[in-house]
Design a protein. Structure first.
Length: 295
């Protein structure tokens, strides 16, 4: 029997001042906290609102939940430099200390999944478990040994000046099976300017800095040293060649991790947390509440 409350928690917005940045956070407060706290971390050029559907459902399950805009993104501060993986992972540690949390569940998507993996490596014993949503296995140097090649191939489109209505229509048509909160979260990647056009919150120059930090990251070297239980949630996007190489990367990661488990979503979008929030929230809840969830 479903015993979850029928009312949806109302999000609360706060800005947390860290040593070198101010982090915007969306808080989802349960009526009665009864489960471990959860920290949700977005991917490159994304924002906290992509986690809305997961966040309120976790709060309904009793988890105090916070989704953040990482530095340079969304409504957080935007330093001109220092987007290395070490920096962003250490900022998660600062934030957890400010929140005064003990043994949280930490989940990240795409670049954010690599960030939380780096966090687990640098700060062992802090998280109860780590979840990597379609990331945590991203190792760009395997595909692009030279940084300049990666930058040329993966530079973001220049969307400044796109009419808001055009962006809204494109997102609705390209993701028709997403819940409305997922599409609204995707629109929150952009500032809407007075003239009705949009601009990405993450500037082109900062995007390349974040990408450089991801390109330098080598997650395969970290797996054997991570003792925190780790759940991988990869997405089968339907691209046969890419999914095949992804499956190999995930299998290698699970084999190397002392306590690892994978749960595939197929077919699924890269932003599986926005596309399937109820299912992702249930997985995170199980990972933090079932004693035998991890092998």
């Amino acid at each position: 029997m479903n015993t979850l409350p029928t009312s949806r928690p109302t999000p609360r917005h706060e800005w947390h001042q860290l040593a070198a940045s101010s982090i915007h956070a969306v808080h989802w407060d349960p009526a009665e906290p009864s489960a471990p706290p959860c920290l949700l971390v977005h991917g490159l050029a994304s924002n906290a609102r992509l986690w809305d559907g997961v966040g309120w459902r976790l709060a309904q399950m009793g988890h105090p939940t916070v989704a953040i805009d990482q530095r340079g993104h969304g409504q957080s501060s935007k330093p001109d430099d220092d987007y290395a993986m070490e920096t962003v992972a250490n900022e998660l540690r600062e934030l957890i200390a400010l929140l005064d949390w003990t043994a949280p569940l930490i989940a990240g998507q795409s670049w954010g999944a690599n960030v939380v993996l780096e966090f687990a490596h640098r700060h062992p014993g802090i998280a109860q478990s780590i979840t990597c949503v379609d990331g945590g296995f991203i190792q760009l140097q395997d595909r692009f040994p030279v940084w300049e090649d990666a930058a040329a191939a993966m530079a973001p489109p220049k969307l400044i000046g796109t009419p808001f209505e055009q962006m809204q229509s494109w997102m609705a048509s390209s993701n028709p099976d997403w819940p409305e909160e997922g599409r609204l979260g995707q629109l929150a990647n952009f500032e809407v300017r007075d003239d009705g056009t949009v601009a990405p919150w993450l500037t082109f120059e900062r995007h390349l800095q974040v990408l450089r930090g991801l390109w330098e990251h080598q997650p395969s070297a970290l797996y054997p040293e991570i003792n925190t239980p780790l759940l991988m949630v990869p997405a089968d996007t339907g691209d046969v060649a890419w999914t095949s190489s992804k499956r190999q990367a995930v299998e290698d990661a699970i084999a190397a991790l002392p306590h690892g488990r994978a749960e595939w979503f197929s077919p699924a979008h890269h932003d599986v947390h926005a596309q399937h929030p109820a299912e992702v929230a249930e997985l995170l809840h199980r990972a933090s509440t079932e004693a035998d969830f991890f092998p």
